[in-house]
Design a protein around this ligand. Structure first.
Ligand SMILES: Cc1ncc(C[n+]2csc(CCOP(=O)(O)OP(=O)(O)O)c2C)c(N)n1
Length: 268
């Protein structure tokens, strides 16, 4: 399955599960679907039969409310079966609305309390350096998440320790849960801020697989790397795109059918 097919599978399956479980965050999932698909198809060195393989790359999805996208990618890559995936948000399931590592093969850490993923990732990156290990640590954070002070403490920390094995991808959809980022706490030019903190910074279209592949494949950097991925919240379903309602809204039958029709038409 190539990255475009995986992204499509992620959108389709997450929509189906969100609808069945009456849960939320579909727009956040659609925003990050292409980034996750490219990482799992082309970039991450992983072994689904040995999820704790020591030399594996690490991925932390810090915007843990979009965790269903990660769960679907892991399932499609063979870390667990579809029956397990379909327990999402049901009584007794290990698969919650925010990412949990407990009993879920392939998940590195639990997330959802925003601002923590990058801190854990930088600790992992420093540990890998101390132990002379060559794996890379990727973390995906939200732009609203950049309101957290811990993100900027880590930006200083990673620069200080020259963590060139750390790659931060910002899902820059310009929205957070209740409003646009600029109306909440101004981020202004995010790329300039990371540059000022001493990082190698790249800006890409976060739905363009070629651009994502190119920037993610090149990890020969001397500094920690920040990829500002310009995305659209709700990408792939016209009435969800850039519509803040779909951060939390549970798609009813009519929304589900309409969204599914659009996704079917866009099948790669
Ligand atoms: C520490 C913390 N504060 C508040 C929340 C509630 N919350 C959940 S999602 C969200 C918005 C996140 O926005 P962003 O990081 O831009 O993610 P995206 O728009 O991609 O969903 C907030 C504030 C949280 N999960 N953690």
């Amino acid at each position: 399955m190539n990255s475009r097919e995986l992204a499509w599978e992620i959108r389709k399956k997450t929509l189906e599960i969100i609808h069945n479980s009456h849960s939320s965050h579909i727009a956040s999932i659609f925003s990050v679907a292409d980034i996750i698909a490219v990482l799992f198809s082309e970039i991450l060195k992983l072994d689904s039969k040995n999820p704790k393989w020591e030399k594996r790359d690490r991925l932390i999805l810090s915007k843990g409310h979009a965790g269903l996208a990660l769960y679907v990618a892991l399932q499609k890559k063979g870390f667990f079966d579809e029956k397990f995936l379909d327990t999402y948000c049901k009584d007794g399931s290990y698969l919650f609305g925010h990412v949990s590592y407990k009993n879920v093969p392939g998940v590195e850490v639990s997330s959802g309390s925003l601002g923590h993923g990058i801190c854990i990732a930088s600790g992992m990156a420093l540990a890998a350096k101390i132990n002379n290990q060559n794996h890379r640590i990727f973390t995906i954070i939200g732009d609203g998440e950049c309101d957290e002070g811990s993100v900027w403490e880590t930006a200083l920390f990673a620069n200080h320790y020259e963590l060139n094995n750390l790659i931060v991808i910002i899902d820059h959809n310009k929205m957070q849960s209740l409003d646009f980022c600029e109306n909440t706490i101004k981020l202004s030019n995010l790329a300039d801020k990371w540059k000022a903190f001493g990082w190698d910074v790249f800006e890409v279209d976060g739905h363009n697989h070629e651009e994502l592949k190119k920037v993610l494949q090149n990890t020969e950097n001397k500094k920690p790397k920040c990829i500002v991925a310009h995305t659209i919240k709700g990408k792939g379903v016209s009435f969800m795109e850039n519509n803040i309602l779909w951060h939390y809204r549970d798609p009813q039958d009519e929304h589900y059918l309409k969204a599914m029709e659009e996704l079917e038409k866009a099948k790669p």
